[in-house]
Design a protein around this ligand. Structure first.
Ligand SMILES: [Zn+2]
Ligand SMILES: [Zn+2]
Ligand SMILES: [Zn+2]
Length: 409
């Protein structure tokens, strides 16, 4: 997982100058009369500058504040000039709406980008045609507020066969033969084969799950158990080393009322899962494990106050893959495996860090897919790194783990 060290920094002087002198200046010297498109483009550029400045300078410095005020004044100026325009088929109301839509879009884009590289320049083709803006405006009746995609967890069962030799596909066929949902008033939300020759069935309610659990456990050849839910986690990136980890939870609760308000028994509801180094040696990262309730409050906050800092946080998946043995559920530091195949090319002759093929995707070979092919006589493509999200084994496990986390119903 990559970590951003700059998450708590403010803009340096040179960055601040760059933010002003970007390569997309407002076109003020043209003698040609401006069209609506030009004005909308200007507004888009200015709103982008505002959001970039806010996102880049995490705490609003006096300098940044000055820049934001200036951008806002420029927008105001443009809005006034639009009054003087006399384009056919364009009423003032339409223009006002367009301005709103343009600003909304830029702001929601900036919100979505808060976790990504702050140096990313806006793509030049983000400019929307008048028709496109109008179309978005018409389909956009939720006041421009994009909901944060929230993972949902549903009650689920894991079904296995009493016969150890059965594959997950056989289990699925058996479930279909033995269990019917006719007359129950519901159907399962999803039903999939999963690793270890099992089948996972998901329901909308606990009652539906428990009814089906009982039915399956009264068959002769199938066994079912409820999926054990994992507690959700968040990772806080870039906490000052001056903060002692033993005080971290107390500081967070004392300085973030929206968290302490939903936390009844701090000792059991929120804990440090692990501490990790940050790329910046003056900072560290902390993973917290908590309840669905507090997780939701933390994610909504996006940043937590810790002493003088406003520290960025994000969801942390419990998915782990070992970079030494390339297996799952533990990390390198706890690995006990004898064999450590290369994660880039599957060779057992060298360590991943010494791989001559690191930068050469054409030589990529996945150890896990390769050994699965041998074991199960399959023919899965192996031309990817074993730790890549493109690997079907990684993808499947990642999704299975994600579905087990209790983010709250
Ligand atoms: Zn390992
Ligand atoms: Zn290698
Ligand atoms: Zn693979």
């Amino acid at each position: 997982m990559t970590s951003r060290t700059a998450s708590t920094e403010v803009l340096s002087d040179s960055e601040f100058v760059d933010a002003h002198n970007d390569d997309n200046p407002i076109n003020e010297n043209s003698n040609k009369p401006k069209s609506i498109h030009d004005y909308l483009q200007d507004i888009q550029t200015l709103t982008h500058k505002i959001t970039t400045t806010i996102n880049a300078g995490k705490s609003v410095t006096a300098e940044n504040k000055k820049a934001i005020v200036q951008y806002a004044a420029d927008i105001k100026g443009i809005a006034k000039q639009i009054h003087t325009l006399d384009e056919a088929n364009t009423t003032l109301t339409n223009i006002k709406e367009d301005i709103k839509v343009t600003i909304r879009e830029e702001i929601s884009k900036a919100k979505l980008n808060t976790n990504s590289d702050p140096d990313t320049k806006p793509s030049t083709n983000t400019r929307k045609s008048y028709a496109a803006v109008a179309k978005i405006q018409n389909s956009n009746n939720n006041k421009g507020k994009k909901p944060i995609p929230k993972p949902v967890t549903k009650p689920a069962l894991i079904v296995a066969s009493s016969d150890a030799e059965t594959t997950s596909k056989d289990v699925l066929i058996n479930v279909r033969k033995e269990i019917t949902f006719r007359g129950t008033g519901y159907a399962p939300a999803t039903i999939n084969t999963v690793t270890n020759n099992k089948v996972r069935i998901e329901f909308d309610t606990l009652q539906q799950r428990d009814e089906t659990l009982h039915k399956i456990n009264t068959t002769n050849n199938l066994t079912a158990e409820p999926v054990r839910r994992l507690k959700p986690m968040v990772i806080l990136k870039g906490i000052s080393r001056e903060i002692n980890p033993t005080e971290l939870i107390d500081i967070i609760l004392g300085q973030n009322p929206t968290i302490s308000n939903v936390c009844n028994t701090p000792k059991t509801e929120i804990n440090i899962r692990f501490i990790r180094d940050n790329k910046n040696s003056k900072l560290y990262n902390a993973a917290l494990i908590t309840t669905p309730h507090i997780w939701q409050a933390l994610i909504a906050l996006e940043r937590v106050n810790i002493e003088y800092q406003r520290v960025h946080l994000e969801n942390l998946s419990p998915f782990t893959q070992c970079f030494a043995c390339l297996q799952f559920g533990h990390t390198q530091s706890r690995c006990t495996a004898q064999k450590t195949p290369c994660r880039f090319c599957a060779s057992e002759e060298h360590q991943s860090k010494d791989c001559p093929n690191k930068q050469n995707p054409t030589a990529a070979k996945c150890h896990n897919c390769h050994s699965n092919n041998n074991k199960y006589k399959q023919n899965t493509d192996t031309a990817h790194f074993a730790t890549s999200n493109q690997c079907p084994v990684v993808k499947k496990l990642r999704n299975e783990i994600l579905a087990r986390v209790d983010y709250g119903y």
